[in-house]
Design a binder for this molecule. Structure first.
Ligand code: SF4
Length: 324
């Protein structure tokens, strides 16, 4: 059975239960016409002032035959909880998954056990699935290293592979083969020569050409903060519960800031773009980004899928010129 997911969850359990996870965010943003999916959600009553990702997910569920959805009810987004309530009323089977309030391994074990029981997965199969997925996560870490250490992978390519790890495109074996091929090709490339090295923090941008815009300004993104977290590249050295406890995204922004500070030094970033989605509660966290991070930071906001608008383009140009 295809099971929709609204955010990163312990996907090993879904595979162990014999189901195919599919990340509804990825289906939404790679659709031919994502604006149409948003319109479908608004026609169904979703307010204009709701985040486009939530409306996009709802639009996907109106079009795709996916009857069961795992909603992250703790540690992700309060909008997802209301989305889940509407979906229950629509007749979907909703399975809640909640990250513990604090990054605590014992509490994470309990959350994992609950999801395992809900899906009827055999814990030993979950362990086997983790053993199959861990090497892919390690390869994603290699792809990330080729991005920041060898400059052979673009920011857009880096993001594409890292965000796809939330569900491994529903087929880990095929994903792994494609990833191997890509890494082989990228390793043989000449390194990219760009003057400015940037980090991109925050949820994945809804703007389709943001990486092209940055590339054309003689800059490159060598750190995609949240997508790297989705990939859990440290998995091979941890138990399943530890693996998801180290994941910073569901917890206080403090842990994310520590991760970003470390990346700024290690990856020798010149500047950071903090991307925020319109109507997202995480926009408030930008206050702490500005207070805590010492690196020059540009905050960008976008609402709808599409191209970078003129005003945002000017702000990116000015920021990169200033860094140069
Ligand atoms: S961008 Fe923010 S509001 Fe939208 S789904 Fe993600 S966390 Fe929720």
């Amino acid at each position: 059975m295809k099971i929709g997911i609204t955010s990163t969850i312990p996907v090993e359990i879904v595979y162990a239960a014999g189901h195919t996870p599919c990340d509804l965010n990825n289906i939404f943003i790679s659709a031919n016409n994502p604006e149409q999916l948003i319109r479908r959600a608004e026609n169904a009553g979703f307010p204009r002032t709701t985040c486009a990702w939530i409306k996009g997910i709802y639009g996907v569920l109106l079009e795709e035959k996916i009857d069961t959805v795992i909603i992250v009810s703790g540690g992700d987004c309060s909008n997802s909880i209301a989305l889940g309530e509407v979906l229950v009323d629509d007749g979907k089977h909703i399975i809640p998954f909640s990250y513990p309030l604090q990054p605590d391994v014992a509490e994470m074990e309990m959350a994992i056990t609950k999801l395992t029981q809900e899906l009827g997965a055999d814990p030993s199969r979950t362990y086997n699935c983790k053993e199959q997925l861990d090497p892919i996560r390690t390869k994603l870490a290699e792809l990330d290293r080729l991005t920041w250490q060898e400059n052979r992978v673009t920011g857009a390519e880096n993001l594409l592979y890292l965000v796809s790890s939330s569900d491994f495109n529903g087929n880990p074996k095929q994903f792994s083969q494609q990833l191997n091929q890509f890494i082989d090709q990228a390793s043989a490339r000449e390194p990219l020569q760009r003057k400015i090295r940037l980090g991109l923090a925050g949820v994945p941008p809804i703007l389709s050409n943001i990486f092209n815009v940055i590339d054309n300004l003689d800059a490159t993104v060598v750190f995609n903060e949240v997508p790297r977290q989705f990939a859990l590249p440290w998995a091979a050295r941890s138990s399943l519960a530890e693996q998801y406890t180290r994941y910073t995204y569901p917890y206080q922004v403090e842990r994310r800031l520590e991760d970003i500070e470390k990346a700024c030094k290690e990856r020798q970033l010149d500047g950071l773009i903090h991307y925020t989605q319109s109507f997202c509660f995480r926009q408030i966290e930008d206050i702490l980004f500005k207070r805590r991070l010492k690196i020059p930071t540009l905050t960008l906001e976008a609402d709808q899928p599409g191209l970078v608008d003129g005003r945002t383009l000017t702000r990116i140009e000015t920021f990169i010129e200033m860094l140069a």
